[in-house]
Design a protein around this ligand. Structure first.
Ligand code: SF4
Length: 267
């Protein structure tokens, strides 16, 4: 057991003490306990991310699918600290355009992207026994595929971390309406989950991307506001919800892949 910033004790996980200044003056940052308070309002994204980097480095990383929020966060992290730590889940079914933006991000920022792939044996069994589009048959089949291609690799990616950073925003989906900037992640051993952009609007994300000329996924220009695996993502029509193109054959409340579960909810 290790005592973390603010006196928090994390089960079996070390949490580096924050550098001098990380706790900052009142109203600017604060210790972990203060950040976890339910009634703490939203803070500027750079303040949240800066605190997370100082407090948890090197056991913190950004989980990125290279959507607009994620590339904005990579740029923001790079401005705060050149040693950007980013990982992605290479499901084996990603669109070409996603590999394209990953390479442009690597070159632009001079960073390595850690990829986590599904276990080969599990994918072989899935395809041999259930076919190549089993996820279209039912929510259960879809979650089975996400479990193999996303959830299990994410578990490995998070195994050595005390905290992870995501681009989740409340506006994105019904399932994300209660997301807070700093929260415990009970589905991953109680590590800390940091969501600096919770209160950003879509317009704010794109304003950031354009002002800083951040490389982004070309599919965004073709009507894809949210991008996942190629066979499970389509463009949306004007007026549709921004997550309408993800698993479009399912009801909105089931549209999570098991990576971002609210406490008490099942995938
Ligand atoms: Fe499988 Fe689709 Fe989930 Fe990707 S998004 S892991 S292809 S079900």
């Amino acid at each position: 057991m290790t005592e973390a910033a603010g006196g928090e004790v994390l089960d079996g996980r070390s949490v580096a003490a924050p550098e001098r200044g990380a706790t900052g003056p009142p109203g600017e940052a604060g210790g972990l306990q203060e950040w976890l308070k339910e009634d703490r309002g939203d803070r500027p994204a750079e303040e949240v991310l800066g605190w997370a980097i100082r407090t948890f480095r090197p056991r913190v990383a950004l989980a990125s699918s290279f959507g607009a929020e994620d590339v904005a966060l990579i740029d923001l992290w790079w401005r705060l600290d050149a040693e950007v730590r980013v990982f992605t889940l290479d499901t084996g079914r990603l669109p070409e355009e996603t590999y394209g933006v990953m390479d442009r991000i690597r070159e632009r920022y001079g960073i390595a992207i850690a990829t986590y792939c599904p276990e080969a044996a599990a994918v072989e069994l899935l395809e041999r026994e259930r076919g190549f589009y089993s996820f279209r048959r039912s929510v259960e089949e879809r979650k089975y595929c996400c479990g193999i291609r996303k959830v299990e690799p994410l578990g490995r990616a998070l195994a050595g971390l005390d905290a992870w950073v995501t681009g989740l925003r409340r506006e994105q989906a019904e399932t994300r309406s209660a997301v807070r900037q700093v929260e415990r992640d009970p589905t991953h051993g109680g590590i800390i989950k940091i969501n600096p952009l919770t209160d950003w609007t879509t317009e704010q994300v794109w304003e950031y991307v354009r002002i800083h000329d951040v490389p982004y996924n070309r599919l965004h220009d073709r009507g894809y506001p949210s991008i996942g695996c190629a066979p499970c993502t389509r463009a949306i029509r004007p007026g549709e919800d921004i997550r309408a193109g993800r698993w479009w054959w399912e009801r909105p409340e089931s549209k999570e892949c098991g990576l971002h579960l609210a406490p008490g909810k099942e995938a």
